[in-house]
Design a protein around this ligand. Structure first.
Ligand SMILES: [Fe+2]
Length: 166
């Protein structure tokens, strides 16, 4: 099982309380976002090596899996120009930016762009399917690091993405 780093203990406990409310995905995402805002770690939650990112992909580091599989916490590292594909999700998601700026593009079901936003350090947002098709890119010139919380056991399902779109 993934070891939980000490600085994430309080965050994991707060998420555990939020999930235990057992409301719908949209409200759960908002409760978990409140938890993350209250316990947002710094980028040093990742090791110096992890914070360098990878040359060929967005680097993901699984930091915590709740023992009952209710949620997972990942650290993601984006070098400049790195991007996700356009995708949606199998469950609710909460994202908090720790350093750099993540440029997010939102799409409707026809893949028509419906908005963009630049998420700076400290920005926390929660969302849930449906209506969650997006792409995240690092359009800045420094490394971007963010924490992603998903309402499932990522070590079992492998990915938070439900579908990729081309
Ligand atoms: Fe996503």
């Amino acid at each position: 099982m993934t070891r939980t780093l000490m600085p994430l203990t309080d965050l994991a406990a707060a998420i555990r309380r939020a999930v235990a409310v057992r409301t719908d995905w949209t409200d759960t995402a908002e409760l978990v976002a409140e938890s993350l805002r209250a316990h947002l770690p710094g980028p040093e939650i990742l090791t110096p090596d992890q914070r360098l990112g990878e040359p060929d992909r967005v680097a993901g580091h699984l930091l915590h899996v709740e023992p009952d599989g209710a949620f997972s916490i990942l650290g993601l590292v984006w070098r400049p120009e790195q991007t996700t594909r356009i995708h949606d999700h199998i469950t609710w998601c909460v994202v908090g930016v720790l350093s750099g700026v993540e440029h997010e593009e939102l799409f409707d079901e026809a893949l028509t762009p419906i908005g963009t936003r630049d998420n700076p350090p400290g920005e926390v947002s929660g969302f849930a399917p449906p209506g969650d098709i997006h792409r995240i890119r690092n359009i800045g010139d420094e490394i971007a690091i963010s924490l992603h919380i998903y309402g499932t056991d990522i070590s079992r399902v492998g990915s938070s993405a439900r579908r990729y779109y081309n």
